[in-house]
Ligand binder design. Sequence first.
Ligand SMILES: Nc1ncnc2c1ncn2[C@@H]1O[C@H](COP(=O)(O)OP(=O)(O)OP(=O)(O)O)[C@@H](O)[C@H]1O
Ligand SMILES: [Mg+2]
Length: 282
Amino acid sequence: MDESTSPTTPAASSLPAWPPVAVPGQDPALGASAAEDDEPGQAGEGAQLLDELREAIARYVVLPSSAALTAVTLWVAATHIQPALQHAPRLAVVGPAKRCGKSRLLDVITETVREPLITVNTSPAVVFRAIGDDPPTLLVDEADTIFGSIKAAEKNEELRGLLNAGHQRNRPALRISGPEHKPQAFPTFAMAALAGIGDLPDTVMDRAVVVRMQRRKPGERVEQFRSRRDIPALHALRDRLTAWLRPLMDTAADLVPPMPVQDRAADTWEPLVVVAELAGSA
Ligand SMILES: Nc1ncnc2c1ncn2[C@@H]1O[C@H](COP(=O)(O)OP(=O)(O)OP(=O)(O)O)[C@@H](O)[C@H]1O
Ligand SMILES: [Mg+2]
């Protein structure tokens, strides 16, 4: 298994070929020969788009492996079909030290996911109200400062609760609200990417596709990320993802891909496999 992704969650196919059934943990050699069999120019619109997204991410960030890059690409695409998903996988971008591209990856993700909502400078009340039937994508950088100490965890208890509950459907948070102070249920279901130094709490890691970042080596080159210059192209990709995936929402909701893993690992990885299937059949 690839060490750069979670030990509890298998690596998604390490191939950028978006096979019709992308089985996590499948023998990469099998997938490679299937990909080679493809006629050039056969790739559908979705597969082409995922390839472009994958290249765009790799332009700015050195991911620890090809499998990790594929997983991040599929995760980003899955944010665009959240209403069709049964679970909202977390993306845990963790690294052992400073300066290994965690924030950089979050920057690129922010510009390509469905409705990014940066939670750290946003009050939990606003975050609660922003999550509806068509959820935004929650983004938490420096998550170690939220979870790192008991004091910090206490201060951010509401956000922490939301991040834990929101992996599963039908886990609303009850809050007193309105002039009559009546309890009101707020949905919590939303995909979330969290970046931080060191492992995040077990409960988050267990619900996450985990990417273990490493500082780039001297020979590994990345382009600087310049907002003014680079965001328009990323937004163009984001808008194409929306245009491709939103009409496929019902198809996505009906897909039950075979998963070689079970339980929570299957729940967490299923949305990524669904996107790969959509690309493979487009
Ligand atoms: N694997 C990598 N991918 C992309 N950039 C990297 C990588 N390793 C090091 N860098 C370089 O590190 C610099 C800082 O990156 P970034 O701010 O994303 O780090 P970080 O992991 O968020 O660090 P911190 O924990 O201090 O917040 C960038 O200039 C980038 O070029
Ligand atoms: Mg950072």
